[in-house]
Design a binder for this molecule. Structure first.
Ligand SMILES: [Zn+2]
Length: 299
């Protein structure tokens, strides 16, 4: 229990550092310890106090507690803060990722924006390509938006803009992962575009016909795979007779015999592949939209 109390205290100090609260101490740390460097990349050294060393040792844990709501991005680290659904990007693009994207490890998000647009070098790997796709779904930061907001994780899983010692202590006692499906979606053995489709499917953000209708498009809502039911996420991936046959054929390959522990990665990959193939087949069967027909004629 004492260990947990000490950890809550240190997490509170880190929260203060991020939100610039606790003024005098934060000003002292910024001026004497960090000196314009990032908390994320500060090297441990003998000259540091026990308090600062303790804070450094919590860097891995802190990533699960703190998130950023990006406004002007003047305080958000591109690689280390959590400002996209991929979590800290250094884990997603790898430790060589920043260099490969021609940026400093300590670069701020604002450094990859020019004239209100994302400015990144060409993607050199599928992971980087995935990152570019994610960026297109995020509005670039603007000065007009005001300062960034840091959020702290609550026991319920939601994030709020205040620190709660009691709530944090409860989370340390019964630790639960940030998103239980995170490790199913983002695998180092996986294919990024498969992961991306699975991620959108789990979040219910694929442009299924029921959603397209709510956006005002005048299109039929029936499922193009079975013609029997409204095309929602739930129907497409769980209730559709076509999808059921895909699941059966995939699942029968690993569950013919009881799966071993090694089969977990394969099961995750099969899940990703099945979702991707169902979505690909669904797109292939869509009739061309009215805007596409003249283009085909021109060809
Ligand atoms: Zn169907």
């Amino acid at each position: 229990m004492l260990v947990e109390f000490a950890m809550v205290f240190q997490l509170k100090l880190i929260w203060n550092l991020f939100t610039n609260a606790g003024s005098l101490w934060v000003a002292w740390v910024n001026g004497n310890i960090l000196r314009k460097k990032s908390f994320w990349t500060l090297q441990d050294s003998l000259r540091l106090s026990r308090t600062i060393k303790g804070m450094i040792s919590l860097r891995q844990q802190i990533a699960e507690f703190i998130q950023c709501e990006m406004r002007n991005s003047l305080n958000i680290s591109f690689s280390y803060d959590t400002w996209t659904t991929h979590g800290p990007l250094i884990n997603f693009i790898g430790s060589n990722g920043p260099r490969s994207l021609r940026m400093r490890k300590e670069a701020l998000v604002v450094e990859v924006v020019r004239n209100g647009e994302w400015r990144m070098p060409g993607a050199r790997s599928e992971t980087q390509q995935q990152l570019m796709i994610t960026l297109t779904t995020i509005a670039p930061p603007q000065n007009l938006n005001g300062p960034d907001v840091f959020l702290w994780r609550r026991n319920s899983g939601s994030f709020e803009n205040t620190f709660s010692s009691k709530d944090t202590w409860e989370q340390l006692r019964v630790h639960s992962p940030l998103v239980p499906w995170n490790k199913v979606v983002w695998l180092k053995e996986g294919v990024p575009r498969y992961s991306f489709i699975l991620w959108l499917a789990i979040k219910g953000r694929l442009p299924t016909r029921d959603r397209l209708r709510t956006w005002g498009l005048s299109i039929p809502t029936n499922c193009v795979l079975c013609s029997d039911g409204i095309e929602t996420h739930d129907h497409l991936f769980f209730k559709c007779s076509f999808s059921a046959r895909v699941w059966q054929s995939f699942a029968s390959r690993i569950w013919r015999n009881p799966p071993s522990a090694d089969a977990v990665v394969i099961a995750k990959l099969l899940l990703q592949s099945a979702c991707y193939m169902i979505w690909l087949e669904r797109n292939a069967r869509l009739p061309p939209s009215p805007q596409q027909v003249p283009q085909y004629k021109q060809l």
